[in-house]
Design a protein. Structure first.
Length: 317
């Protein structure tokens, strides 16, 4: 038989389970009541300006009909992939349980109006649709974030280093590359493509009919690919002087004529492209891929003709 003490133990156990379930249900309902929603409720398509600020200054990026540009660099093309990524990161931020909400916490987490790691403004037709303050980092690729006009501070998946204020960090490094090349002309050669086959002419000879040489297809394709994948490092300093530098030029038709001029000075490398009023810095690797191509490298080496075998003798003799 179950005595009275045992009965009371069962009663107490039942009460404990009921209390535990009640607390769990309350916590679950409380959690469910948190208004988890986008921190910046707008669509990426309507954003046409991004302004990033830090202690060093601010950077503006503008969306035009031709894509995103960098006004600080004279309207040069911005890296579309990078911009798409950061806009997605911003617009996917969700409000969650705040880590703090007191006004005094803003300076500590560096999300105050006068103390922040980054301030990011999203604009649409000159109207500000969202301003966030990005502060200290609580962990890998995370930051404390506060939406302007709100008191709550969140710990969210956002990396402040993905929002630099140096214009060159947003530059489309492939902006001078060229596609659909039909011909390339250097100092002593002219390559032209017909039906995806390269032909080579020596421009050293006066008579064109006698200047056609056998092309080294591998090197011709390598030169074509080097121009298609050409990337720059950055925009050169405005005071760079290339007057006494070593240089060479490539004329490229794709299909319009484009002139590339490459410079070497004091172990530094530069390039300009017609139609773009800037000098860009270039890696030695990319410089060498283009400067090392000439008539000799682009043509197949001459082979000795087979000797004439005297009459009455065989080649095996």
């Amino acid at each position: 038989m179950i005595n009275s003490k045992t009965s009371w133990l069962f009663v107490l156990l039942g009460l404990q389970m009921t209390l535990t379930l009640t607390i769990f249900a309350y916590e679950k309902s409380t959690t469910g009541s948190v208004d988890v929603k986008p921190l910046i409720p707008t669509e990426a398509e309507v954003i046409d300006e991004l302004v990033i600020s830090d202690n060093a200054g601010e950077l503006r990026l503008n969306k035009t009909e031709g894509g995103w540009v960098i006004p600080a660099l004279g309207g040069l093309a911005a890296n579309e992939i990078k911009l798409t990524t950061v806009l997605s990161d911003l617009l996917n931020l969700k409000s969650d349980w705040p880590v703090a909400s007191a006004t005094g916490s803003r300076s500590r987490f560096e999300v105050a109006e006068d103390k922040f790691n980054r301030r990011v403004d999203l604009l649409s037709s000159n109207a500000n649709v969202g301003r966030i303050y990005v502060g200290t980092s609580p962990g890998f690729k995370k930051s404390h974030v506060r939406l302007d006009g709100q008191k709550n501070i969140y710990s969210l998946a956002l990396n402040a280093y993905d929002f630099p204020t140096e214009p060159a960090d947003w530059l489309d490094k492939s902006l001078i590359s060229v596609q659909n090349i039909s011909s390339i002309e250097g100092l002593d050669f002219k390559l032209f493509s017909e039906n995806r086959e390269w032909s080579l002419i020596s421009t050293e000879n006066e008579v064109e009919a006698e200047s056609i040489v056998e092309v080294n297809k591998e090197n011709a394709n390598a030169l074509d690919m080097a121009l298609k994948t050409l990337t720059v490092l950055s925009v050169a300093d405005q005071d760079v002087n290339l007057a006494d530098s070593k240089s060479f030029r490539l004329e490229v038709f794709a299909p319009n004529q484009i002139t590339f001029t490459f410079f070497e000075k004091e172990d530094k490398y530069y390039v300009t492209r017609s139609g773009i009023d800037k000098i860009f810095t270039l890696s030695k690797f990319n410089f060498d891929k283009l400067s090392n191509q000439n008539l000799t490298t682009l043509s197949e080496p001459d082979t000795d003709k087979t000797p004439v075998t005297p009459a009455g003798q065989s080649n095996s003799d």
